[in-house]
Design a protein around this ligand. Structure first.
Ligand SMILES: [Mg+2]
Length: 205
């Protein structure tokens, strides 16, 4: 880390950085209307290529729902499934407050996430901080998932910044490594208290 260089923008991963999420909530709800157990539903969501294809923009909401139905025997409607699928997030308050403090100081902030259309519809509707980002770089729109270089190029394109002008926070080490390889100031996020303290010092909040 080059602590003497103050970044000009902060790039936030979403999941496990600003929002916690738990697909077990979805699996338990779906299990009441499916032919398989909550654990088996969780495996379908988490450990098959389905979610990856949806989050790379290769499947529509309808195609994702249809594929989940055929794998689980889910009997609920598409709308019910999509509502439950989006409703798995809880705010990580100290990190949300950090993003808000940066916005108040006029520092551009970007959301940079491997995610899907339904999650973002739900998050945009449910969490006010999401509307404060300068711009979004989302895997299903770019059709590229972190740590592929194409989605990092999209961040540089939309922000007009590169190298150490960007401070990037993510909980996954392979994503951070890809940012570091481009010269970004990239920090693995583990603990909100530690991240808030480091970012506040670097950005002079
Ligand atoms: Mg994450």
């Amino acid at each position: 880390m080059n602590a003497s260089r103050v970044p000009r923008a902060v790039v936030f991963d979403l999941g496990k950085v600003l929002l916690d999420f738990d697909y077990r909530i979805l699996a338990r709800r779906m299990a009441t209307q499916s032919s398989v157990s909550a654990d088996e539903i969780l495996t379908v969501i988490n450990q098959t290529p389905l979610l990856h294809r949806y989050e790379t923009g290769l499947m529509s909401d309808r195609e994702f729902y249809d594929a989940v139905v055929s794998a689980t025997g889910f009997r609920g409607a598409e709308e019910e499934f999509l509502n439950w699928f989006g409703d798995i997030f809880t705010e990580i308050t100290p990190m949300v407050k950090l993003q808000e403090a940066l916005v108040r100081r006029g520092v551009p902030t970007y959301v940079f996430s491997n995610t899907n259309a339904q999650a973002i519809r739900h998050v945009r509707k449910s969490f006010a901080f999401y509307g404060q980002f300068t711009a979004e770089v989302l895997s299903y729109e770019i059709r590229s998932m972190k740590p592929d270089s194409r989605i990092y190029e999209a961040v540089e394109g939309v922000s007009g910044l590169s190298g150490s002008d960007l401070l990037y926070l993510d909980d996954r080490s392979e994503n951070i490594a890809a940012g570091e390889s481009r010269g970004w100031q990239a920090w693995i996020h583990v603990d909100p208290k530690e991240t808030v303290s480091r970012v506040s010092a670097l950005m002079r909040l």
